[in-house]
Design a protein around this ligand. Structure first.
Ligand SMILES: [Zn+2]
Length: 200
């Protein structure tokens, strides 16, 4: 039976790059894949971009209302694999629909995404939480912090200062510099204390 995979990692660990590599491997062997991503990530339109260079058009963009099982069974029943980018933005229901794709259509699904949001302390991304609950194979894609240790925290910086409050998706207003950095727990604490001191 086909499996549901969740491959998670902090920003910059090469999730999209790995997704494109898997798509390439299938297509090189003459098989079709279905690459999907959330429509919330609109800045690049239908394209999946990587920092290193390779890019690809997506086959399906979804919003929170999309029934992924219906969409895949109607148009992509003949694919060898479904690949999901930014899977943390799935609703729990959509994560379950992807599980149904593996069970009822016997198509493997590989979802790539973040495990935890930048606020670090609340419920995080519901899509990632659901995938951690139901995926048969869970794998961590590793990246390193600026200090050289393993980075596990996904952090938002505004004008160079760490923030742990705000919405999941921040619209760039052109005035504030928005950055995401992957940090190890120790560096995260260091920046958090510094931000607290600056507030006082
Ligand atoms: Zn560090």
């Amino acid at each position: 039976m086909a499996k549901l995979y969740f491959r998670y990692g902090a920003m910059g660990c090469g999730k999209t790059m790995q997704l494109l590599q898997v798509a390439f491997n299938y297509e090189e062997r003459g098989m079709k894949v279905c690459v999907i991503k959330p429509a919330t990530d609109t800045k690049n339109g239908k394209k999946l971009l990587t920092r290193i260079g390779p890019e690809r058009d997506t086959d399906l963009c979804f919003d929170r209302e999309t029934n992924l099982y219906d969409a895949i069974s109607k148009k992509f029943k003949d694919v060898a694999c479904v690949l999901v980018d930014e899977a943390q933005f799935l609703t729990p229901k959509q994560a379950d629909e992807l599980a149904s794709v593996t069970i009822d259509l016997d198509i493997p699904v590989i979802a790539y995404g973040l495990r935890l949001n930048f606020r670090q302390e609340d419920g995080g991304f519901e899509g990632a939480t659901r995938l951690l609950q139901i995926a048969q194979e869970i794998e961590e894609l590793k990246t390193i912090c600026a200090c050289g240790k393993k980075a596990t925290r996904n952090c938002r910086f505004l004008d160079g200062e760490l923030v742990t409050e705000g919405p999941d998706i921040l619209i760039d207003d052109g005035k504030t510099k928005i950055e995401y950095r992957a940090l190890c727990p120790a560096c995260f604490e260091k920046y958090k204390r510094k931000a607290k001191l600056n507030k006082k």
